[in-house]
Ligand binder design. Structure first.
Ligand SMILES: Nc1nc2c(c(=O)[nH]1)N[C@H]1C(S)=C(S)[C@@H](COP(=O)(O)OP(=O)(O)OC[C@H]3O[C@@H](n4cnc5c(=O)[nH]c(N)nc54)[C@H](O)[C@@H]3O)O[C@H]1N2
Ligand SMILES: Nc1nc2c(c(=O)[nH]1)N[C@H]1C(S)=C(S)[C@@H](COP(=O)(O)OP(=O)(O)OC[C@H]3O[C@@H](n4cnc5c(=O)[nH]c(N)nc54)[C@H](O)[C@@H]3O)O[C@H]1N2
Ligand SMILES: [Mo]
Length: 766
């Protein structure tokens, strides 16, 4: 790599992290304190105004996770500590102006930490990095659109362009974005979902005929058992803890399956209780509720074996005493039961225990809970989806529910807990490199053109295509294409080979610094901000993790008068390209976009009226009437072998996870208080016996190496932290460790990078 190129990786940390005791309970008073400080940072009046509008019927949808808000009866404060961080991050009074870019060369910015980059504040005007330039310079909006249009038109084929989407984008902007790409002539619509819940979509599609979850918040009020698998709700979906606590108080059993003792599933103090004078004292005094009744400490990627173990126990109990399986449901609604039963019969307990790392008694205890429960919900997130056998593993979770008819019934079903606040909505709006034919046909009929039918590139394929110079232009609607993607140095090389990289963004990030020959930053409004257009003030809509469509209305004054809405930016670009649709009108009145969505996307009839009347649920064939849109019209039991770990002696399996102080690549702060890490992020969690066996010590600095496919990937300067993690497994934080995630290691059938299964060696820092 040429040495004058800006660095692609996060620079080393000046100070090592400090290790301290982890918090004793999730949420709690500390969360209230953090929130109060954040309100101050936004400026008191602006901060209070912002937070009072979060997740309210007439306010904006929280930018953080995709956990739903209650249908009626919302708290005055319907958000959590980390939601408050997301709001404060967007509502910050700090600004990045043209002067900032004049002062700092791109290479100089690349030497700063992610924390520093984000802390500089909101982007305020369009900027361009011309070929060979060292600094970004201002550019007008129309000139920026013309520049992108010229680069796009110069391509040998429309498939040499890719249009990325991150999951914060509104339904309206997402719908227009895919229309732009398809009218331009490509299905290259990679998105963050490709790195997130893609495995869930593929698995559920094959098993039950719908790629989404089948439960609502109300189901949590009726579940008798809730499994939380490969998920850290205390940090990533804090409002879910309230639903779990309420279920627990009713007597539901909660089982967590996780290599780590995530505090959120252990003890929880509802921060809402601190706002209730009657509860303050008891909450302060108490230790918090222990949420999880049973913790299965699986090895990384041991879940397929865990699920098989639980199911095997169910079949054994059925043979011994009967009454365990829902025979009627199995006969009426499913296919493949005999094959599953035969497979479970063959699986040996030794193999199950060995592969999962969970003792047989603990698996039997989980099976006992599953057997006694008449309505079970299984929730999961990245601990399952970013594994080599993610799809097969999720299908075993579905098998478990099918055995007891726990799907498409009150209090029961699958709950893949989504990440970004509108990632599910973006998919519904057609952001996908392979939309079904019926969907494309409706789009074509509505707009009078012919969408390309060849499947486009997903995220990993896009990186490879840029690396081979098959894709030459990348335009990104949000996100951080450099740091969120795998194999940082490979991806950086890919980005540098392109003619143009353009990002529609709210905040500065590393993807703005490692670029194509020309680069653009197009700053947009955040969701908390007022969106005034020629047709009056506009609102947008989002879909949460449970298929509920909400209106979202920004309340704050925009960070800069130069900012445009995402919708306006898509329309401006499409108009510059001369694509045939009423783009100018769409940008002035979003009702016109929703009218089109209503005619193209199933479930959105009468969209404008319904969303004004309040939130509404999208239809869900499984949840609503146990209709299985699979090839056979039945739900499928799908058999899969227990995966064999491809790990040699001396190697470890590494998961890359989030701290309590970040949103994906946006680093809010340097602490992870639930895990007892303060002031730094380059930490590697290890079992103390592994630390000893390697002759290492707590606090020592080590280098981590991955050698997948014969390429050496090195991440330097990680501090050893002893932790309750299974032997042979280690954990580091995303995105610092992404340099180690090999581009060639992806989940079977979903092509999701295996961010939770990276084979590494650990050695004293060189
Ligand atoms: N505050 C905040 N909220 C967020 C985000 C954020 O960064 N910050 N990100 C959003 C996004 S996009 C997403 S996708 C979600 C992510 O939400 P999570 O999936 O909860 O996020 P991760 O930190 O990746 O945590 C994965 C969990 O899986 C566990 N795990 C790792 N490997 C395995 C395994 O092999 N088996 C099992 N059973 N468990 C395993 C880890 O110990 C960890 O508890 O959160 C969303 N919400
Ligand atoms: N190693 C490893 N890698 C991972 C993961 C992991 O667990 N481990 N998780 C994966 C997952 S689950 C996901 S979802 C991806 C996330 O991948 P991305 O969605 O690409 O990344 P983010 O960090 O969420 O994007 C942050 C940027 O989005 C921009 N932004 C914020 N709000 C808005 C807005 O309202 N509009 C627009 N246009 N831009 C906005 C800001 O400029 C900010 O810098 O990362 C994946 N990568
Ligand atoms: Mo995600």
């Amino acid at each position: 790599m040429a040495s004058n190129q800006p660095a692609a990786q996060t620079p080393p940390e000046p100070e090592p992290a400090r290790l301290g005791p982890p918090s004793t309970a999730a949420a709690g008073l500390k969360a209230v304190g953090v929130t109060a400080r954040l309100v101050g940072e936004m400026g008191l009046a602006r901060g209070v105004r912002a937070l009072l509008a979060v997740n309210q019927a007439d306010g904006f949808d929280c930018q953080s996770c995709a956990w739903p808000s209650p249908d009626g009866d919302r708290h005055v404060f319907e958000f959590c500590e980390n939601g408050a961080k997301a709001v404060a991050d967007e509502a910050t009074p700090k600004r990045i102006t043209a002067e900032f870019f004049r002062k700092h060369a791109v290479a100089e910015l690349a030497a700063q930490s992610d924390h520093w980059l984000n802390a500089q504040g909101r982007l305020t005007e369009p900027m361009v990095l011309r070929p060979g330039a060292t600094h970004y310079a201002p550019i007008g909006w129309e000139e920026a659109f013309a520049l992108i249009a010229a680069e796009l038109r110069a391509l040998p084929t429309p498939d040499a362009a890719a249009f990325y989407t991150s999951g914060r984008t509104s339904n309206e902007a997402a719908f227009l974005w895919q229309l732009l790409a398809r009218q331009f002539g490509t299905n290259n619509l990679p998105d963050c979902s490709n790195m997130c819940h893609e495995s869930s979509g593929v698995a559920l599609g094959e098993s039950i005929g719908i790629g989404k979850g089948t439960v609502t918040l109300e189901d949590f009020e009726h579940a008798e058992a809730i499994f939380v698998i490969g998920q850290n709700p205390g940090t990533n979906h804090p409002r879910m803890l309230a639903a779990l606590a309420a279920a627990k108080a009713r007597g539901a059993k909660i089982v967590s399956v996780n290599p780590l003792p995530e505090i959120g599933t252990e003890r929880f103090k509802n921060p809402q209780d601190f706002l209730n004078p009657l509860k303050v004292l008891t909450t302060l005094a108490g230790e918090g509720a222990r949420l999880s009744d049973l913790w299965l400490q699986t090895r990384i990627a041991g879940d397929l074996a865990v699920m098989k173990g639980i199911m095997k126990a169910l079949l054994e109990a059925e043979a011994a005493r009967g009454g365990v399986l829902d025979r009627e449901f199995i006969a009426q609604h499913t296919a493949g039961f005999e094959a599953l039963a035969a497979d479970l019969g063959r699986a040996s307990w030794d193999e199950i225990v060995e592969a999962s790392g969970v003792p047989r008694e603990t698996i039997l205890a989980a099976a006992e809970i599953a057997m006694r429960s008449k309505a079970t919900i299984c929730c999961w997130a990245m601990g399952l989806t970013q594994q080599p056998e993610a799809v097969a593993t999720i299908q075993q979770v579905v098998n478990l529910l099918l055995l007891r008819g726990s799907i498409g019934r009150r209090g029961a079903g699958v709950c893949p807990v989504r990440g970004h606040s509108n990632v599910q909505g973006d998919r519904t709006m057609g952001i996908c490199e392979k939309m079904p034919e019926s969907w494309l046909a409706r789009l074509d009929a509505e707009f009078g053109f012919s969408s390309p039918r060849t499947h486009g590139h997903d995220t990993v394929e896009t990186i490879r295509a840029m690396h081979d110079c098959r894709v030459r232009v990348l335009v990104a609607m949000g996100g951080n294409f450099l740091s969120a993607t795998p194999d940082t140095e490979f991806t950086a090389a890919a980005l540098r080979r392109t003619a143009l990289t353009a990002h529609i963004s709210t905040k500065l990030n590393r993807a703005h610094l490692v670029t194509g020959r020309t680069a653009l930053i197009l700053p947009c409004l955040g969701r908390s901000e007022r969106d005034a257009q020629a047709g009056g003030e506009q609102f947008v809509t989002t879909e949460d993790s449970m298929g509920i469509i909400n209106a979202s209305r920004g309340r704050l004054t925009p960070a800069s008068p130069e900012l445009r809405s995402e919708v306006a930016i898509v329309c401006g670009l499409a108009a510059a390209l001369g694509l045939p649709a009423p783009w100018r009108e769409f940008a002035t009145d979003y009702d016109l976009i929703r009218d089109r969505i209503a005619r193209v996307v199933p479930g959105f009839a009468d969209y404008n009226r319904r969303v004004r009347a309040g939130a509404f649920y999208l239809p869900n064939a499984v949840r609503d009437r146990r209709e299985w849109r699979t090839a056979t019209g039945r739900a499928h039991f799908i058999v899969a072998p227990i995966p064999r770990p491809g790990v040699a002696p001396g190697e470890f399996v590494m998961m890359t996870i989030r701290t309590h102080d970040q949103f994906n690549t946006t680093v809010y702060g340097l602490d992870d208080r639930y895990r007892g890490v303060f002031g730094g992020r380059r930490v590697v969690f290890m079992h103390s016996d592994d630390i000893t066996a390697l002759g290492l010590m707590q606090g020592q600095r080590v280098d981590l190496t991955n050698r997948h496919g014969g390429t050496v990937r090195l991440a330097r300067g990680f501090m050893v932290a002893p932790y309750r993690i299974p032997r042979g497994c280690v954990a580091t934080y995303f995105p610092e460790a992404n340099v180690l995630v090999p581009i060639g290691s992806t989940a079977a059938r979903s092509n999701t990078p295996t961010s939770k299964y990276v084979v590494v060696t650990v050695a004293t820092a060189g």
